[in-house]
Design a protein around this ligand. Structure first.
Ligand code: 13P
Length: 303
């Protein structure tokens, strides 16, 4: 495989098709290197809502490309690998939301962006890991159902104790791997390092952290900190930007298994093929589109 040749093909195809390439912080280094925009779920959803190009190649997982399509319905949104899904997003269905509505009629539903469009469509507002606390605080109801991530939900519950928050039982299989013992071991090995974790980690891990935030917030925190060593509790893709922006600092990944198998499915070849063959086209049913768009726009308004 001639990497430079593929990169050149991607550059040419991008111009030819009037396309923009966006990549999540968990993508492989080579994709982050060629992407026009790299960031967390919130940053990328704002970028996609505002871009002038006709085609968006979304290097991430399915729910992210789906959210880009919902925010830019007139654009052709492409996901390079169609089976790049999210097990957490699949832990809730629209039928589950119907049952929750029936059981808790006076509660509002705050839905993490890691969810299917049909679930967003039945929710009152969407949030990401970077704005979940703010959205729950600002939403004009003291009774909230937070879904589908129970760990992000627990984090929010602690930050917003004044509200009654019901949690769903979903979790991210990658972040769930980190246990309290891993943290104690890492802190022991690197006593000078600050611990920065994603709120999808278990509550007992989050409790020991010096900073809790989205992938972008973790990168920004480490970059602006005067400290030189950091233990990182999220998917290892963040190391690309952390090291690029901070060549003089040291980063230790909290657990060797912090690799999201779905995020790692996209490759330079699949990005090239996505542009060349205009695949895989992400579409959302019209009646789902309307409700999901409303919930996503509400997030942009409240955050
Ligand atoms: P971000 O909000 O940092 O993009 O996190 C998304 C995610 O899926 C974490 O596993």
């Amino acid at each position: 495989m001639d990497i430079e040749k593929i990169k050149k093909e991607i550059e040419d195809l991008k111009k030819q098709k009037n396309a923009v390439i966006v990549a999540h912080n968990y993508q492989i280094d080579e994709i982050q290197e060629i992407a026009d925009f790299v960031g967390d779920s919130f940053y990328l959803s704002k970028v996609c809502a505002d871009r002038p190009e006709d085609v968006i190649v979304f290097c991430g997982v399915h729910f992210m490309a789906e959210s880009a399509k919902i925010l830019s319905p007139q654009k052709n949104v492409l996901l390079p690998e169609i089976d790049a899904g999210c097990p957490l997003a699949d832990m809730i269905t629209e039928e589950d939301v119907d049952s929750l509505r029936e059981k808790y009629p006076d509660y509002s539903i705050v839905c993490y962006i890691n969810s299917p469009a049909a679930v967003k469509a039945k929710s009152d507002v969407v949030c990401t890991s970077s704005n979940a606390v703010k959205i729950v605080k600002n939403f004009p109801n003291d009774k909230i159902i937070f879904l589908p991530d129970k760990n992000l939900g627990s984090f929010v519950k602690k930050q917003v104790p004044e509200k009654d928050i019901v949690l769903w039982e979903g979790f991210c299989i990658t972040h769930y791997r980190i246990k309290k013992e891993d943290v104690l071991k890492a802190k022991n090995a690197h006593p000078e390092a600050l611990l920065l974790v994603h709120p999808e980690c278990r509550p007992e891990v989050v409790e020991l952290a010096d900073f809790v935030g989205s992938t972008k917030q973790i990168i920004d925190f480490a970059t602006s900190s005067e400290k030189k060593e950091f233990i990182i509790g999220t998917e290892m893709g963040v190391l690309y930007t952390l090291k690029k922006k901070n060549p003089d600092k040291k980063f230790y990944i909290l657990h060797p298994g912090m690799i999201c198998p779905n995020m790692k499915k996209n490759t330079l070849e699949s990005v090239r093929n996505a542009l060349l063959e205009e695949k895989y086209v992400i579409d959302v049913e019209k009646d789902i589109m309307e409700g999901a768009r409303k919930a996503l726009l509400k997030m942009l308004e409240l955050s």
